[in-house]
Design a binder for this molecule. Sequence first.
Ligand SMILES: NC(=O)c1ccc[n+]([C@@H]2O[C@H](COP(=O)([O-])OP(=O)(O)OC[C@H]3O[C@@H](n4cnc5c(N)ncnc54)[C@H](O)[C@@H]3O)[C@@H](O)[C@H]2O)c1
Length: 328
Amino acid sequence: MRILVTGGAGFIGSEYVRRALVAGPDAQQAPWITVLDALTYSGVEANLAPVAGHPRCTFVRGDICDPDVVDQVMAGQDAVVHFAAESHVDRSITGADPFVRTNVLGTQVLLDAAVRHRVGRFVHVSTDEVYGSIGEGAWTEQAPLAPTSPYSASKAGSDLLALACHRTHGLDVVVTRCTNNYGPYQFPEKVIPLFVTRLMEGEKVPLYGDGRNRRDWLHVSDHCRAIDLVLHGGRAGEVYHIGGGTELSNRELTALLLDAFGAGWDRVEHVADRKGHDLRYALDDSKIREELGYAPEVAFADGLAATVDWYRDNRWWWQPLREAARLR
Ligand SMILES: NC(=O)c1ccc[n+]([C@@H]2O[C@H](COP(=O)([O-])OP(=O)(O)OC[C@H]3O[C@@H](n4cnc5c(N)ncnc54)[C@H](O)[C@@H]3O)[C@@H](O)[C@H]2O)c1
């Protein structure tokens, strides 16, 4: 199978590529992967170092908004797994333009090319944030979209374009919506690596508002396994939720991370809440569990400990990124 992986040098996309090519059970069964990635601030070539030179992996540096590049890389693909996006909510609040450009326009460029080249399957990777906040219970795939940040609004727009492409042009599109991911190679602006790297540097960690905001956490390897299940077994035109099953308030998460470093609450700096900060996200993922046999495998305590260890062991990876992005 030939798969175009967009955003394959980012956090989740690179896990997907490494998993497919390095951790796969049988090298002969491994797909042929073309990574298309613009290497924006969050795309890191070193994320793909474990598969550099792999005979089944080709890396193309290019923008998903560029129809010529997209047309070239789309030719001959059996499937697309579309991760490329601007992904950080805080950045979308200070400047929404790149979010609209990449997430909305870029997705449409990919969809158009996929239709033209008669690609067999297009997996559009999306987020629980498109539904907005939920007080109790969990959103099902039928819930109305009510995004509240420029990031989530641009992702919701791209979800709708992808599903419309299925209806209008018959492209075999499947949309996945996932909860918060954590794991190795996550850019150090996101909460877990931000807190871990700050604690390692002896700095304080910034906790938004009163820390009551709740998120459901999923290890990135479970997310990528779920995407593969959807790629191979999902029904065209459908949305599948991918949940983690570990819901924590930001305060609870902070306590776990402080514990991991033997640090106290004096290391926490309470900062003004994020504008429009959604209180709680939660997904009902019974559809993917029942239809495709998905269940997360990594227990949160184990995954978090392994992630902390990874950042401890890989300072070479995060320190330059942190400095370049002025996260200090
Ligand atoms: N991180 C999460 O918790 C989470 C949860 C649910 C869904 N998602 C979705 O998963 C996908 C991947 O998220 P991530 O956390 O790995 O993000 P990331 O920011 O780590 O990676 C994004 C990648 O896309 C690339 N990219 C950005 N703009 C591009 C463009 N115009 N052309 C080509 N490449 C471009 C970047 O260089 C980077 O490699 C996103 O679509 C995101 O919405 C993420």
